[in-house]
Design a protein around this ligand. Structure first.
Ligand SMILES: [Zn+2]
Ligand SMILES: [Zn+2]
Length: 166
């Protein structure tokens, strides 16, 4: 399970400039931090509770032992529960670590937002300044000025370079 996650994170991190993967990375990071945090907290609290009750029972039984009662079998419960709680805590901390290893993509997605130029007049998809055609619907986004060959936006009525009517 950890290897699959690690591989997924590696792929996401290597492609963080991609809008889709940066969104995915953010979601995965959030999920890992929440699940990892809960598991770590539960595991740690459980382990501490086990340890405390183990000590309490031990102290108690030392007093009772002299009074003639036998081995306190109750002490085995916290003793053996300590193991699963520690496992849960260590899984949780591993998930937390994996979550933190995901590159924070807020910065790059802000950069992506800045390069967004406008919306496709046909389908409304976000387009960048460089796109000649909409990558969603194939709508032509630029028109060449017949006078000076300058590449204008398809929505421009006049060439921004020479003023020729398009
Ligand atoms: Zn479009
Ligand atoms: Zn022109």
């Amino acid at each position: 399970m950890f290897n699959d996650l690690r591989e997924e994170i590696r792929l996401l991190n290597s492609d963080v400039n991609n809008v889709v993967s940066s969104k995915k990375a953010k979601e995965l990071r959030k999920k890992l931090l929440i699940i990892g945090g809960v598991l770590t907290a539960v595991g740690l609290i459980g382990a501490i509770a086990c340890f405390v009750s183990f000590v309490l029972i031990a102290v108690n039984s030392v007093n009772n032992f002299s009074a003639g009662s036998g081995f306190p079998t109750l002490i085995l419960i916290p003793f053996f529960l300590l193991i699963p709680f520690s496992v849960v805590a260590s899984i949780g901390s591993k998930l937390l670590k994996l979550g933190l290893s995901i590159v924070i993509t807020g910065y790059t997605s802000n950069l992506i937002e800045e390069t967004v130029w406008g919306k496709c007049p046909n389908c409304g998809d976000k387009i960048t300044k460089e796109e000649l055609f909409c990558n969603k619907c194939g709508q032509k986004l630029k028109s060449k000025c017949p006078e000076c060959n300058y590449i204008n936006e398809i929505t421009d009525n006049y060439c921004v370079k020479c003023g020729h009517k398009l």
